[in-house]
Structures are given as structure tokens and as C-alpha cells.
Design a protein around this ligand. Sequence first.
Ligand code: TRP
Length: 425
Amino acid sequence: MAAAGSAVGLGNIWKFPYIAGENGGGAFLIVYLLCVLLFGMPLVMTEFLIGKRSGKSAYGAFQELSGNNRWQWLSWLCMLTSFCIMGFYFVVTGWCFNYLMEAFVHVPSGLNMSDLSSHFAEVSADIPRMITFSLIPIFLTAAVLWFDVNKGIERMSKTLMPLLLVLMVLMAGRVLMLDGSNIGMRFFFQTDFSKITPTVIMEAMGQCFFSLSIGMGALITYGAYMPKGQNVTRTSIEVIVLDTMVALLAGLIIFPAVFAFGMDPAEGPQLVFVVLPAIFEQMSFSWFFSVLFFSLLCIAAITSTISLMEVAVAFVCEASHGKLNRKKSVLIVAALVVVLAVFNVLSITMFNISDEVTACIMMPVGALGMAVFVGWFLPRNGEKGVLDADKGIKRWAQKTYIAALRWLVPAAILLIFLNRLGVFR
Ligand code: TRP
């Protein structure tokens, strides 16, 4: 459930609709679903298995399992990626907190899309305000790690995540009754194969890594905390199914509304923040639903930032060989993240680059490293074998998993990279 909390976040509700909207809707959706099967399943399992077998976080796990230092670059990459993601993720979480506050005091938004759009532009350009709102989630996340209340958070997200799902189903129901919503449904579900370009494939791969929290060691930590008897295969499937369901629901809410309100689906990162307030205006009890929704969205974001920050905190803590205890590490990481978030508020270029480079380059490289590491360099069974960390796994599933890890995943990532580099068309 904690891993599902890490996976379900702004990636599903904010990023998925805007990336899908920019990349052709239905064409993107089909490639995305393929990526989830091809990369998601083997890589979620891999991170869990690395963590479960080694009992360590991303910092110590590679060394523990390989018995040498040659794979240490992977843990550095994980740490760097976590900082780069946090830099922009906290800014977007800040937007969510801003909209939560506005929902509370009910700033009437009306239905005029250009007003809503310029309202977002005003809000996101208000630098003192954006810095303040980004500090709130940084502070909350650091507090959770400082007091070590992960357990409490897990219990909380166990009840709140299903509530978020129910609310989203309700919203989708309302949106589908709007005039013109069928155009959005067609946009989201109808595949125009001619729209599947190399860019679409790259973006879909990046979105898949980002949404499932793979490629930077976040799930390694969760694997390390898994009870001995836990079935890794089943847990992976549950995380993936839940994450994908939330993303699909977000698409089902956003796209019909986008077309019903006469907007452009390729609006960019502000897309959902412009569309959502207009949807709430259409619902009865709009105050109640908008406050509830944005509260849940903020909580979903925080359960994700916890896993992001944990990677960096564990790294600092363990890399200092105990010279810095956990609390000091939390302080150092949080201070660095504040600086990064401020830069991301100040520079939209930095924001866009961090968003793009982490998903489309850093996480795929991390995932490639982990796949090669486990697929080619670790023993499969026996005392040190990764697969023995999952007692429940069947023989045919083991074979499929290893084949995917050795051949399919590395080949697919490399091909996508080479193609983007222009080595072949
Ligand atoms: N998956 C989260 C989301 O969809 C974001 C996230 C949390 C993440 N932890 C991560 C992404 C670790 C990559 C790696 O919002």
C-alpha cells in the first residue's frame, strides 16, 4: 500500500493528462499501456527484489548484492535523479496547495477558460506566493521523515486512496454528462496509428517510469521493508494496476471536459489546473467536492514526495558512514530541496528541463542499469539469488521475467535512445 502511495501521485493526475494531451491522446495511450507491460512489470519487480534480497536502500543495495564497488554509480544516479525530480515536483505540489486554499475560500472561478488560464498564469508567476506554497509540502515531507511516521502515513493513505478513487469515478460520471464530452472520449480512446512517432514513444516510456516510480531506487527501499513471506509478483501487479487505473480515470475526467469546454488538450503543464476548477463549477456541492478533491490530491502528492525524499535522505545518511544521523540528513536534504524548488519557481526553463530530462533520460538510464545488473550480473537462485527473495513466483514466470530483464528491457530502452539520437530512423 505504501508503494502504491508512492506510485499514485501528481504523475497520474497532473502529468499523465498533459503529456497524453500533447502527444495525440489515443496514440499515446496505447503506447503507454504497452510500456507499462514491457517496462513496468519487470522493473517494479526488479526494484522490489533488489531491496528485499539486500535489505538495503538504493545506497547500499548494489554493493551488498554485487560484493564490489563497480555498481556504485547507480546509487549516485538514483540520488541525483531524486533531487532533480523533487525540484519541480514540489513546485507542482505547491500549485495543488494553492488551489486547495482557493477551493477553501471559494474564489469563484466561473467557466470562462481564458479567465481560468490567466488565473493560473498569474498564480504561477507570483514568485513569493509560489515559494511559500512550495515550502509547505517540503516542510511536511521533511517532518514525516524526521519523526519517522511513515507507518502513520501508510495507514492514512490506505483509507484515503480508495476515497480518491471513488471521488474520481463520481467526477468522471459528471463530466461524461457534459455536451461534447464524446469528442474527448474519442480523442482519448481512438488510436490513430499514424500519430505514433518516436517522440510519442519516448514520452510514453518516460511517463511510465515516472508514474510507477521506477528507475531511481525508490521502490528498492520499500522492498527492503517487505516482510519475508510477501509475494513480490502479486504486490507488483497490484501497484501497477492501481497506478494505471488512476491515470486512466484522470484521462476520463480531463479529456471529455477539455473538449466540452472548448479547450486545447495540448495546453501543457497547466492543463489540469485550468480544467479542474471549471469541472467543479459544474457539479452540485462544488465547494465540498473541490475541497475534498484538492485535499486528496495534496495527500497523494505527499505520499509520493516521501518516497522521493527518502532516497536522498538514506543516501546522505549512509554515504556519510553514520557521521550524519537521520535527522541531520533530513535537514541537509530539505535545505537543498528548498534551494532547488526556488530555482524551479524562478525559471520555467529549469522546470521544463527537469521534468523532461528526469523522465526521458535519467530514469531510463537508471532502469537500464538495474536491468543489466540483475539480468546479467547477479546469480538467479541460491543463497544470493534475487529470485529466491520471492517465494511465490512460478517457474514460467521466473523464466519470462529473466528474459524480459536480459533482452527485452535493455534492447527497448537502447533502441528508443538510439532512435532519438538520430542513429537510425
Ligand atoms: N510516481 C509518483 C507520481 O506519479 C512520483 C514519484 C514518487 C516518483 N516517487 C518517485 C517518481 C520515485 C520517480 C521515482 O506522482
